[in-house]
Design a protein around this ligand. Structure first.
Ligand SMILES: O=C(O)CC1=CCC(=O)O1
Length: 263
């Protein structure tokens, strides 16, 4: 178990693979922790240094008082990668993690050589919708929202499997303040202009049954970056790394080869 003490926040992270390999960094979505990447990470080729972390208020990381800003979440990622002396990584961000990815690439191109924007967008939903969620979670906790969240996270077939309960448990066990804090960060984020200025290799992933960031929304964002690729995963919702890890890992590996990150 590894922890980076950044002063105002302590971030839990994990490194797998080759310590001297080409760095790959994964950032999770709202209400999940770094285990959401387990099935993809175990399918990746050798020779990569795979770094995962729990953003503030999630998983085993500390939970500063809410609300958070997107600037703070981007700065956490930046400080963690500085702490780990990471440069030229491929940064893979899921949902709010994809917003962090965009913000980090805009700020620190020396750190990010390519982006994978998974089930994310430059702007997700409306500020009002997220403020409503902050209020609901702060007053009643995460449990009352959980069934609706599962419908956005997973396609119908997956929701009928016993595994659903494990991911639902992950969601409801997150900190209420950490979850609300990140909702506030999403509410205040519109990256259309900064992301439009990015010039780096980019791969977008979307799930055909994603109820949070539908394929057209993901595509609109990745198309802001000239030359981007886009991959639609048919039998998946918002978290395709859990539902379709074979397809996800295969397409990611292909991208890593095309961008020269691995041979
Ligand atoms: O609505 C959800 O819970 C899905 C989601 C939106 C942003 C994020 O990170 O997850």
């Amino acid at each position: 178990m590894q922890i980076a003490d950044l002063g105002d926040v302590q971030l839990h992270y994990r490194i797998d693979g080759d310590p001297d390999g080409a760095p790959l960094v994964f950032a999770n979505s709202l209400g999940t922790d770094l285990r959401v990447w387990d099935a993809v990470v175990e399918r990746l080729p050798a020779g990569l240094k795979v770094i995962r972390y729990d953003k503030r208020g999630h998983g085993l990381s500390s939970c500063p008082p809410a609300p958070y800003s997107m600037g703070a979440l981007v700065r956490d990622a930046e400080r963690l990668l500085d702490h780990l002396q990471v440069r030229d990584c491929v940064f893979i961000g899921l949902s709010i993690g994809g917003m962090i990815a965009q913000g980090l690439a805009v700020k620190r191109l020396d750190m990010v050589r390519a982006l994978v924007l998974s089930n994310t967008a430059a702007k997700i939903g409306t500020a009002e919708m997220w403020q409503d969620r902050v209020k609901a979670v702060t007053e009643q906790g995460i449990e009352p929202l959980a069934d609706n969240v599962m419908e956005r996270w997973f396609a119908r077939d997956f929701r009928a499997t016993p595994e659903l309960q494990l991911w639902r448990n992950m969601l409801v066990q997150q900190s209420r303040a950490g979850y609300a804090g990140c909702c506030a960060a999403i509410a205040g984020t519109d990256f259309y202009t900064p992301t439009s200025g990015l010039r780096l290799p980019c791969l977008g992933f979307a799930g055909a049954e994603d109820g949070a960031t539908p394929p057209d929304l993901v595509r609109e964002t990745v198309d802001l970056i000239p030359g981007s690729q886009f991959h639609l995963i048919r039998r998946a919702g918002h978290i395709p790394c859990v539902e379709q890890p074979d397809e996800y890992a295969d397409r990611l590996t292909q991208f890593l080869k095309e961008t020269g990150h691995i041979d």
